[in-house]
Design a protein around this ligand. Structure first.
Ligand SMILES: Cc1ncc(C[n+]2csc(CCOP(=O)(O)OP(=O)(O)O)c2C)c(N)n1
Ligand SMILES: [Mg+2]
Length: 891
């Protein structure tokens, strides 16, 4: 038999393909797309059954998901919208250029917004819902696009030229604009901070879920409001950005829309020079169960794709890597013709009627309002899963020589006259050549078509966005009776502070006024904290309810999931839990509901692991309680280096709105939480609390008279010495889990060494530190006036004796206040890595047990010459302290 030539084989292949395609076309015409899909599915199964290995792909071709045939016309006036967009572009760029002219190095970004302008403008004109008539959409704006959002607010008349002038100059008279979205700095404007990349998308996911939670629990009427998250393609490399994307698919959050601005570039260069970020993201999101809408090509491509019967163009589109696409963006039409279209004569033929200039000007999907409109429309109409829109754009679009598509574009904040003139001309801004050097802002008259159109559209959509308002009613009061039992103590019964907290939480949950508002949040740790009784009491939230019979159904405390369940059982994600905390802690503003989150977790995995989200919570003006469970370097027996937290109180000190306490006793916790609810929900302070709770059990004493104020301020005298007239005196400070050690030391110092020691419970070094500095600052600025005395100084000024402090945290926490103490303090703390040991072993290792408190006190007395060194030597021996033991801080 004659061997067929390669040419003949290729022809045969083509013929075969052609026949199959014809058949498919016939089915499509006669039976429709559903029938085609069924047929393909059956063919696939048949092929697999016969041993054909089909390659797996989670991708669709590199074309728009919404075909030209399925596209609808855009309502409104495209022409006016284009002009508005141009004006926003101009003012956004002018703002950054002017800021950098006025003040070298002030920074700002032009190219991010330049690439995203259409994505935002279509949203503003047609989709984003304002809060005017109740709840609106929640929008997470890409941080670096802020100039464009300000520029639009300027055209809308919400901010004026002085504000734009003072972009990034918040100290200027007349008010400035924060560089990025910061509710803390612009509380009437921004709702959520986003600029730390990855946090926006993560918080958006949990916000969308929290919206459903509020509805399912009847705390808010059902609505079809949405959460929009705008993010950069480079941003998706942050684990937080993609780390939680299975949740919204699982929970069917069709109120969530991600818009990823795929300009293929990040700060330094291409996101995936040698690959395709869009296809990579498509696979990840489709795999996770999202509705993925690719918006890659503008309308000019539609007729070419319609002609592409053999799929040559689609194939070509799909084989170009991003680095090369970026090159096309900066090159001429002739280059594109040669290198893109020139790959096949048939492709060249397709565009022979187009000039080089026309080829160059073919737009991408993310710059075409009709394509973007259709994508958004499909997204808001989609039911049953979240949607991600992958919109292809060019970074620095419109900047031309000043940076369009170039690797330097992210950092571009200056434009010379020539570049400005070109930009002005390209977007038709009525600024004369003679004015261009001044880069003036431009706002058409109030009664111009553009301004009127903007106002009409925003009015129809429920008012301006972004806009933040506190829409909740303050609580009238905190029910005092809830807390009373904790003031009495446990009458000898042992309890841990965690048990106390859980009991208090369960009482709060039962309370008539507060109960519904409490949102317990746990990252798979409820049993660790003895909270499993709450599963049954209030249920675990699940939109789907419970569609299975739980294995422990016949037990009292079974794992109850319910659509109106109250606990947010997040699974093992502190980052997700913290995002829920932000959603619940800001609902007073976003939804007008005073939800009170209580987020309890393993304290080591809090500030240390998700500190940036805690920072964002503060920026968001979140309220609520974070509970660092199993905290302290020595209370968590057995676990060791990675688990034992001796750091969190040091970190907490640096978070401006975080009020942190290390309580030891039941009544301290009760006083702090009662006051916290009052401050946050009655007085409406935008602060949040961090309390460490432990699992060591001891008897809880009754609350000493008059201690309430001191508990809140940070320290109070828990127990005065029984020997006030002793020759040697000491003031001992203890905190949290180490306070009982200090109390024990007090007893031994009195009975064995004749040292009269007072014991102070230091509930918060950070509160003492802040107040001390506030006094110092005031005194510096008010010479000649009666100086203010720091609270801690006032507490100790008339007290005699040496000072010794012990805590379960690094010594720096205590050192923070030593300048306001009347005398030097000996500090015992837990610097160093944790160890697997029991509690006694750990306290010996870290030198924070009662024996070290005794030795430290005696050593300080000896230093002062009040006792002989031999007494200290004897104590070291008597208490089996090994002076040659290695230093735990470094070993
Ligand atoms: C956590 C974090 N790391 C780094 C940065 C610094 N940074 C700001 S913008 C940027 C590049 C952004 O690229 P992309 O997400 O693609 O957005 P684009 O500007 O291209 O739209 C970087 C690295 C940041 N803001 N946050
Ligand atoms: Mg990018």
């Amino acid at each position: 038999m004659r061997q067929i030539s390669p040419k003949e084989a290729a022809d045969l292949d083509a013929l075969e393909t052609h026949e199959w395609l014809e058949s498919l076309d016939y089915v499509l015409q006669s039976g429709g797309p559903v029938k085609v899909a069924r047929l393909l599915r059956e063919l696939t199964i048949h092929a697999r059954q016969n041993g054909v290995k089909l390659p797996f792909t989670a991708n669709t071709p590199y074309i728009n998901t919404i075909s030209a045939d399925d596209q609808v016309l855009m309502p409104g006036s495209p022409d006016v919208e284009r002009r508005i967009k141009s004006l926003v572009r101009w003012n956004a760029a002018a703002m950054v250029v002017r800021a950098n002219k006025a003040e070298e190095g002030i920074g700002g970004h032009i190219s991010t917004y330049a690439s995203a302008a259409t994505l935002y403008e279509v949203g503003f004109n047609h989709f984003f819902r304002g809060h005017e008539d109740g709840d609106g959409d929640v929008i997470f704006f890409q941080g670096h696009a802020a100039p464009g959002i300000y520029a639009r607010a300027y055209l809308e008349g919400r901010i004026d030229e002085t504000h734009l002038e003072n972009f990034r100059r918040e100290g200027r008279p007349g008010g400035g604009l924060s560089s990025y979205p910061h509710p803390w700095l612009m509380p009437d404007f921004w709702e959520y901070p986003t600029v730390s990349m990855g946090l926006g998308p993560l918080m958006a996911i949990y916000q969308a879920r929290f919206m459903r939670y509020l509805e399912d629990r009847g705390l808010k009427p059902r609505s079809d409001n949405r959460v929009w998250a705008f993010l950069g393609d480079g941003e998706t490399d942050e684990p937080e950005a993609l780390g939680a994307i299975t949740l919204p698919a699982r929970e069917k959050l069709d109120n969530l829309i991600f818009v990823i601005n795929c300009n293929l570039q990040r700060l330094d260069g291409p996101v995936r020079g040698n690959g395709q970020i869009i296809q990579e993201l498509e696979a990840a999101f489709r795999g996770a169960g999202w509705n993925v809408i690719k918006t890659l090509w503008g309308r000019e491509w539609d007729p070419l794709l319609a002609k592409d019967r053999d799929g040559l163009l689609v194939k070509r589109m799909g084989e170009i890597v991003d680095g090369q696409y970026q090159k096309y963006a900066v090159e001429s039409g002739a280059y594109v013709r040669e290198h893109f279209w020139g790959a096949d004569p048939r492709l060249l033929d397709m565009v022979k009627h187009l000039s080089d200039d026309q080829l160059k000007k073919m737009t991408l999907g993310g710059h075409d309002p009709v394509k973007v409109y259709n994508a958004y429309k499909a997204a808001v109409e989609h039911k049953g899963s979240p949607t991600v829109i992958l919109a292809r754009t060019i970074k620095g679009y419109g900047l031309g020589e000043a940076g369009e598509g170039k690797n330097i574009t992210h950092q571009q904040k200056k434009m010379n006259e020539e570049e400005l003139r070109a930009f002005r001309t390209r977007f038709g801004i009525p600024v004369a050549d003679s004015e261009i050097a001044k880069t003036p802002f431009y706002r058409p008259a109030e009664d111009s078509i553009e301004i009127k159109y903007m106002h009409e559209r925003r009015k129809a959509l429920g008012g301006f966005v972004p806009r933040r308002r506190n829409r909740s009613e303050p609580l009238a009061r905190v029910p005092a009776d809830l807390f009373e039992e904790f003031f009495k103590g446990t009458e000898g019964r042992k309890a841990s502070t965690t048990m106390v907290f859980v009991r208090l939480l369960s009482k709060l949950l039962r309370d008539k006024t507060l109960g519904r508002l409490v949102v317990p949040i746990v990252p798979d740790e409820a049993r660790t904290f003895g909270m499993e009784a709450l599963f049954r009491q209030v249920g675990i939230y699940s939109h789907a309810g419970q569609v299975y019979e739980p294995v422990d159904m016949d037990t009292l405390l079974y794992y109850k999931e319910a659509a109106d369940g109250q606990i947010l059982e997040e699974g093992i994600t502190e980052a997700g839990s913290m995002s829920s905390f932000v959603a619940a802690g800001t609902a007073y503003a976003t939804h007008g509901v005073n939800t009170i989150p209580f987020f309890i977790y393993y304290s080591m995995f809090g500030f240390q692991r998700i500190g940036d989200l805690v920072w964002a919570a503060g920026d968001s003006r979140a309220r609520g309680f974070m509970l660092g469970g199993t905290s302290g370097r020595t209370t968590l027996a057995g676990e060791g280096l990675q688990h034992q937290d001796g750091n969190s109180h040091l970190f907490a000190m640096a978070y401006p709105t975080c009020v942190a306490y290390d309580p030891a006793f039941a009544y301290e916790i009760a006083v702090i939480i009662e006051d916290g609810i009052r401050r946050m929900y009655v007085d409406q302070e935008s602060i949040f609390y961090y309390l460490t709770v432990m699992n060591e059990q001891y008897a809880m004493p009754a609350m000493p008279d008059g201690s309430r104020d001191g508990i809140l301020k940070g320290m109070y005298r828990f127990r005065a010495t029984a020997k006030p007239d002793a020759a040697c005196r000491a003031q001992l400070f203890g905190s949290g889990a180490i306070l009982p050690e200090v109390i024990k030391a007090q007893e031994i110092l009195e009975s064995k060494y004749d040292v009269g020691a007072d014991v102070w419970s230091v509930t918060s070094y950070s509160e003492l530190y802040r107040e001390g500095h506030a006094c110092e600052r005031w005194n510096m600025l008010h010479p000649g006036e009666t100086p203010r005395v720091p609270y801690v100084t006032g507490c100790l000024k008339d007290t005699p004796g040496v000072l010794v402090a012990a805590s379960d945290y690094v010594k720096a926490v205590t050192d923070a206040i030593d300048r306001w103490l009347p005398r030097p303090v000996t500090v015992l703390g837990t610097d160093g890595f944790g160890r697997s040991e029991n509690r006694a072993g750990l306290r010996e290792f870290f030198e924070v047990d009662y024996r070290y408190v005794i030795v430290a006190t005696l050593a300080a007395l000896a230093r002062e010459g009040r006792i002989d060194q031999s007494v200290v030597q004897a104590a070291i021996k008597a208490h089996n302290v090994n002076p040659e033991k290695s230093n735990p801080a470094v070993s």
